[in-house]
Design a protein around this ligand. Structure first.
Ligand SMILES: [Zn+2]
Ligand SMILES: [Zn+2]
Length: 432
């Protein structure tokens, strides 16, 4: 009885503590500016590599806070630095880009923006991945860090990265001399908002956070002719069809059970008319894996199967295999993840910091990790807690990132994002 009472008191004390910290004076003071930026960015989203206004808005505000800001790094990227005595250099990264999605949230501040994509098509644009919330959190965090220089020492580097959705922005910033032009960060931090955790919580995955992603385009060469005389042709559609089915045996028969390997053929293009056998067939696929050795195994097996099926079908020449896009999985330094759990728990309450499983989407933040910057990439809860609860009870899920209905519960999510970032940065920058 006594123990139960004590436990209850302890729980109450922890949640009261969490309440006071997420509603701390410094977060309250920085919040209106962050929220204003959120509303502005949400209503004015820009596509990958075209984040001109977005970057300018963020740069202007950070400059106003005393950060030294360099713009146009790797296209529209920005690097903002504030030095505060001796100590490590710690990087916090946000993405700048939005997606070609038509917003259907019905929110009063929903995006109505249309713009031209790189192919010249008119497309609707929406911050359907929540990068607007990441930028707003960064501004709130930047405000608090600039106003509380007695609470940390070292160099804080804020990174606004373009073109995350096309997994090209991080590489572009690095190619533009990121390591030569700026101090190399000793540690990196990033977060991503999503609808699987309730707003108010954060999730840590020590080790693997998400997947390696590889995009492949395959062209099978046959010999065209009349559909009524297949004997005079080599049908690339039949070869492609057999190949696609055979590819599915890689994950079911070759990869060790329990290891993640996703092979998805997302499109197939061939032919023009029902009674014509075309010359060639093309299909495109995405391959997702967690581990480097599984990735290597799967990519080698795909090449073997594609070439083997083409040979078996009598293809006129070897198929073309184009590996046109790839990114490594984000790997959270396990020791760093464990170290940062304590300040997160202290700031948010122990019950609001959960350990999560790796997720299957991908991210180009891994390019910074590949430079030798140990990092923590964590998840920020974005779901309205009541709606998430309801969804769990009815066995459904809330709209995911990239959905036209994606709408994070802004107030608690943004406050939690700022609180979490400040707690992590102060810990890394030797403060209290
Ligand atoms: Zn996204
Ligand atoms: Zn995203």
């Amino acid at each position: 009885m006594k123990t139960a009472k004590l436990l209850l008191l302890a729980t109450l004390a922890t949640s009261a503590f969490a309440q006071t910290t997420t509603h701390s004076k410094e977060v309250d003071a920085a919040y209106p500016g962050a929220h204003d930026l959120y509303l502005d960015l949400h209503q004015n989203p820009e596509l990958s590599s075209h984040e001109t206004q977005t970057a300018a808005k963020l740069a202007e505000r950070l400059r106003g806070l005393g950060y030294e800001v360099t713009e146009h790094v790797g296209g529209t990227g920005i690097v903002a630095i504030i030095k505060n005595g001796s100590g490590p250099t710690v990087m916090l990264r946000t993405e700048l880009d939005a997606l070609p999605v038509e917003e259907k949230t019905g929110l009063p501040y929903a995006s109505k923006v249309h713009s031209k994509d790189d192919a010249g098509r008119d497309v609707p644009v929406m911050h359907a991945c929540g990068h607007d919330l990441h930028m707003a959190a960064m501004l709130g965090t930047a405000t608090i860090m600039a106003r509380s220089k007695d609470s940390w020492h070292g160099t804080l580097m804020l990174l606004g990265q373009p073109a995350e959705e096309t997994i090209s922005g991080a590489k572009a910033m690095i190619a533009d001399g990121f390591l030569k032009r700026f101090p190399k960060p000793d540690v990196g931090v990033a977060l991503h908002v999503g609808n699987t955790l309730p707003a108010g919580e954060v999730g840590i995955a020590p080790g693997i956070y998400n997947t390696n992603a590889d995009s492949l385009r395959i062209t099978i060469y046959g010999k065209g002719g009349h559909g009524a005389s297949p004997n005079t042709t080599i049908d690339p559609i039949v070869i492609a069809a057999k190949t696609i089915v055979a590819l599915q045996t890689i994950n079911s028969r070759e990869v060790k059970p329990g290891e993640l390997a996703v092979i998805t053929v997302g499109y197939i293009r061939a032919g023009t008319k029902n009674n014509i056998i075309p010359d060639q067939a093309e299909f495109g696929m995405t391959v997702r894996t967690f581990k480097a050795d599984v990735r290597k195994q799967v990519l080698a097996a795909i090449e073997r199967v594609v070439k083997g099926e083409a040979m078996a079908g009598g293809a006129t020449r070897e198929p073309l295999i184009e590996h046109y896009e790839s990114t490594d999985s984000v790997y959270n330094d396990p020791a760093l993840a464990e170290r940062l759990r304590a300040p997160l728990e202290a700031a948010l309450g122990k019950e609001n910091v959960v350990t999560q499983e790796p997720i299957t989407p991908s991210e180009d933040y891994s390019a910074f990790i590949a430079l030798g910057i140990p990092s923590l990439y964590f998840s920020l809860g974005g779901a309205d807690p009541a709606k998430l609860d309801e969804a769990h009870k009815s066995g459904t899920s809330l709209p995911s990132n990239h959905s036209p209905f994606f709408a994070p519960d802004v107030d608690p999510a943004l406050r939690t994002g700022i609180t979490a970032e400040v707690a992590v940065l102060r810990n890394l920058l030797g403060g209290k």
